[in-house]
Design a protein around this ligand. Structure first.
Ligand code: NAD
Length: 482
């Protein structure tokens, strides 16, 4: 029997008012039930907002150093539970053990980082043009922040929203994705154990259409920080704008690696394969297009196919290089894109099959996949796939490669592989992406620098992480004292 887990509202672990639950299963083995979670509805979401609203003033008045102490203590509590959280993450989402351990460590680091920052939040003294005026800014929390997160980084993304929101003095209502609510629950337990006052964080599981949309539209919610698909993000954006709430959106990507004629092919193949097949391609920053100079094209395709075929696809707890898809529908969606690519006339170089034999029988496994002869307008070169599928597109010149790189609706992360400094400098200027990498994978972020995208990837107004992460959760007053 799997354990049943509750919502956390006003400092109490509590059942949903619906008395309904849903099961969360292990994508590596659908017979393994990870846990049973509350299928909450709008009423539960409203209760959570009420609790946050009641708690917000006291938390805002709590001195920054004390808020920081609680965040640092949360980091320590999570570090003590790192192995448990890592296993929970692998079992619910399908990452490999090293990927999951890295993600949990990132959450530990994020809480430590914002725990240090909390004491410095408050404002800045400025000099005035008048000797008789004292001029300074005061940064205040917004009030109640709604945090709505996806399944694909089920502890790191909640951490990079929760920690700055709390450091800045906001109370929070938090809805994790239904495919991966368990490791987020562990994080909430760490916050509770660290001494966070009742009502400051409220965790409610259930459908986005009920819980998420109630959070996003509630009159007592002042800000919405959403990470997920562009489709849902657009709805959240529309609602939040109508209600005049502050909104932050991080959405999809169609991230390119541009390989120029000066590149080292082996290095380029490592960079492209690492970004395309790591975390099963289920990252917003995953590489899904390699745009390769025609002089290196055939050699690059062979090298990247070799890498795809050398990877072990298995349960993340069994030493896999690539884990399963998170769910059957995500797997089906990837297989559908494989069909689309083949129908569109691309050449399927390797992969593309579901693995169903032996240890793969009960999981959502698909082979790492490489398409060559991909034209920029094909759907596999335009739409986010969110699986381990790489489309290799030829380009005759650097200019053509950049034009192809930019000719998609998204603009999240982009990389160039080159040994020519002028090309890399030009790329930083030319490419439409919020994250630009030179001779590095499109995936992989540092926590103290801003993160966000351009075009349909982001709301563009507010970045996440680092000081930029705090900006979203604060509002500033400018004070003139005569
Ligand atoms: P999703 O949009 O389906 O769901 C995201 C969250 O929104 C979930 O918690 C969901 O329950 C909730 N939700 C659903 N309907 C809602 C509604 N009407 N109102 C409010 N909330 C609602 O996304 P997903 O499938 O969980 O995640 C995958 C997507 O996330 C991909 O597109 C990926 O690119 C994107 N992503 C982006 C980033 C980034 O930082 N740019 C990071 C990770 C994932």
């Amino acid at each position: 029997m799997a354990d049943t887990y509750l919502n956390f509202v006003d400092g109490t672990w509590t059942e949903a008012s619906t008395s309904e639950t849903f099961e969360n299963t292990n994508p590596a083995d659908v017979n393994d039930t990870v846990g049973v979670f509350q299928r909450s509805d709008a009423e539960d979401a409203e209760r959570a907002v009420e609790a946050a609203n009641a708690a917000k003033d006291e938390w805002a008045a709590t001195p920054g150093p004390e808020r920081g102490r609680i965040l640092r203590e949360t980091s320590k509590r999570l570090a003590d539970r790192k192995d448990e959280a890592t296993t929970a993450l692998v079992r619910e989402e399908g990452k490999t053990e090293p990927e999951a351990a890295g993600e949990v460590q990132r959450a530990i680091d994020i809480f430590a980082y914002f725990g240090e920052k909390a004491a410095d939040i408050g404002g800045t003294v400025k000099s005035s043009s008048s000797q008789d005026t004292r001029l300074y800014t005061v940064d205040e929390p917004l009030g109640v922040a709604a945090l709505i997160t996806p399944w694909n980084y089920p502890i790191a993304i909640p951490a990079w929203k929760l920690a700055p929101a709390l450091a800045a003095g906001n109370a929070v209502v938090f809805k994790p994705a239904s495919l991966a609510p368990n490791v987020a629950r562990i994080l909430v337990e760490c916050l509770e154990d660290a001494g966070l006052p009742d009502g400051v964080v409220n965790y409610v599981t259930g459908p986005g259409s009920a819980v998420g949309s109630t959070f996003a539209t509630h009159e007592d919610v002042d800000a919405v920080s959403f990470t997920g698909s562009a489709k849902v993000g657009d709805t959240v954006h529309q609602q939040a704008t109508e209600d005049q709430k502050r909104v932050q959106l991080e959405m999809g990507g169609k991230n390119p690696v541009v390989v120029t004629s000066s590149a080292d092919v082996e290095e380029a193949a490592d960079i492209a394969a690492g970004g395309a097949f790591g975390v099963t391609g289920q990252a917003c920053t995953a590489t899904s297009r390699a745009i390769v100079h025609e002089s290196l094209y055939d050699e690059f395709v062979d090298a990247v196919v070799d890498r795809a075929e050398s990877l072990t696809v298995a349960d993340g707890l069994d030493g896999a290089d690539v884990g399963p898809h998170v769910s059957e529908s995500e797997l089906e969606s990837t297989l559908e894109y494989v069909d689309v690519g083949t129908r569109e006339g691309a050449t399927l170089e390797t992969g593309g099959e579901r693995l169903t034999e032996g240890d793969h029988a009960n999981g959502y496994y698909v082979e790492p996949t490489v398409f060559s002869d991909v034209a920029p307008e094909m759907r596999i070169a335009q739409e986010e796939i969110f699986g381990p599928v790489l489309a290799v597109i030829p380009a005759a010149t650097y200019d053509e490669a950049v034009e192809i790189a930019n000719d998609v609706e998204y603009g999240l992360s982009a990389s160039i592989v080159t040994n020519d400094l002028r090309e890399s400098n030009a790329f930083v200027d030319d490419v439409e992406a919020g994250v630009v990498k030179v001779n590095q994978q499109t995936t992989g972020l540092e926590l103290h620098v801003p993160f966000g995208g351009m075009k349909a990837s982001s709301s563009e107004t507010y970045r996440e992480q680092g000081d930029a992460g705090l900006d979203f959760f604060t509002i500033s007053k400018t004070v003139y004292v005569g």
